[in-house]
Design a protein around this ligand. Structure first.
Ligand code: THG
Length: 267
């Protein structure tokens, strides 16, 4: 499972505050704590439209200075911010994200076509939030076709069926797994990703919902998630599910994570 650390997001109040004050120590600490847990990529999102690229550039420099081996997931709705951020990164990362909105996919596919970056594709177009599974699958086919036109290898794409809070979208999880199932039936190796903490927005005791989502979605092929890597219950959930699903043969990874006390339960 590819784990993308979610904490450096301007939608989180304390992070927004640190960005506003250019509090490098706060940002660096949050980066290092995630990297010292278990994370493959660090998602970075400014949470603002104005000065988005400058903020991400500042974060990239700061974090890369402390940890040159870091890999970023550049999280911006603005394709120009993404194309400006890519050359600043020493290591290949993830483009988060493209969609069929306006010329977003074309812009990014033509700029990043030859690079070794993974690309998250939201199953979204200009008509807005896809209301059902059929629309998501239609968007999936259109994105696959476009990627082919630009010569983007299918394996670089991570499809995000989109997750909304179950507090106001009762079908959110069902739509997610139904979409994943359909994609996997057609392309068994397709990568599926989610911003899984979205599922619990506005609800109490979020980790119960996040945890249930994680296990359920992994059963239907989700192999990557933007999630909280500082939450030990979520981390142990990833390892436990991989063991049960036969992805982690003989529980080798599970045992090693336990021994390294990644679950935070050893005395
Ligand atoms: N898809 C893609 N990218 C995304 C999202 C997506 N990027 C942003 C978002 N959605 C995923 N990132 C977050 C980051 C933080 C939270 C939710 C989603 C969040 N965090 C709480 C906090 O830190 O205060 C705590 C969460 C918890 O209790 O576990 O709410 O869908 N491609």
């Amino acid at each position: 499972m590819l784990i993308i650390g979610e904490k450096l997001n301007g939608a989180i109040r304390s992070v927004a505050e640190a960005i506003k004050n250019r509090d490098g120590e706060f940002i660096k600490d949050l980066a290092v704590r995630q990297l010292d847990s278990r994370v493959d990529y660090l998602d970075i999102c400014s949470g603002v439209a104005e000065g988005d690229a400058d903020i991400l550039g500042w974060m990239i420099g700061l974090i890369q200075n402390a940890r040159p081996d870091v890999r970023f997931s550049i999280d911006s709705p603005n394709p120009d911010t993404i194309t400006a951020s890519i050359p600043l990164c020493k290591n290949p990362g993830i483009i988060n994200s493209i969609s069929l909105e306006r010329d977003k996919a074309d812009k990014i596919f033509s700029a990043a076509g030859k690079k070794d970056w993974k690309i998250i594709a939201l199953l979204l177009d200009d008509t807005g939030i896809p209301e059902n599974v059929e629309k998501r699958i239609d968007n999936f086919h259109r994105i696959v076709k476009k990627a082919e036109e630009y010569g983007i290898a299918f394996d670089r794409l991570y499809f995000d069926p989109l997750v909304f809070t179950v507090g106001s979208s009762p079908d959110s999880f069902i739509n997610f797994i139904e979409t994943s199932k359909r994609i996997r039936e057609e392309y068994p190796g397709a990568h599926i990703v989610s911003g899984l903490s979205n599922i619990s927005y506005g609800l109490p005791y979020r980790k119960a919902l996040n945890h249930a989502f994680l296990i359920g979605a992994m059963m239907f092929g989700m192999d990557s998630a933007i999630m909280d890597p500082l939450n030990r219950d979520m981390l142990s959930g990833v390892y436990a599910a991989e063991a049960l699903l036969g992805i982690d043969e003989y529980c080798i990874e599970y045992l090693s994570a336990y021994r390294d006390d990644l679950f935070g339960v050893q005395k």
